[in-house]
Design a protein around this ligand. Structure first.
Ligand SMILES: [Zn+2]
Length: 113
């Protein structure tokens, strides 16, 4: 087995594979099985990253709630729009991420029947 650099993304790939596992660059004849495995792995990575992103969005929501509590407690009521803006931004991000996550998971399920 020889390791060489992928001409497309400059990452180390094995000479045994005709398909770069990082960018999908095809060196020669690629079997359907290789292509399928590549797509499945890319989708799995995407689901993982979307999950991480959804946790970040949830953290924004919690932070907004904490900010709201700090703002409304204490001697003087300070009505700031900050917590609401942060909450709205977090909620929109979360919903968009969940939508992509749902689509990616549905696509991934087709690979694992
Ligand atoms: Zn590559």
């Amino acid at each position: 087995m020889v390791i060489f650099l992928c001409p497309n993304c400059d990452k180390d790939i094995s000479s045994r594979t005709q398909l770069c596992p990082y960018c999908g660059y095809q060196r020669g004849e690629v079997t359907d099985e290789e292509l399928r495995e590549f797509r499945r792995r890319k989708l799995r990575d995407r689901v993982y990253h979307l999950k991480m992103a959804s946790y970040v969005a949830l953290t924004l929501l919690i932070a907004a709630f904490g900010w709201y509590l700090i703002d409304t407690s204490g001697f003087q009521y300070r009505s700031s729009v900050g917590p609401y803006v942060l909450f709205a931004a977090g909620a929109v991000c979360y919903m968009v991420i969940r939508l992509y996550l749902y689509k990616s998971k549905a696509a991934l399920r087709k690979f694992n029947f």
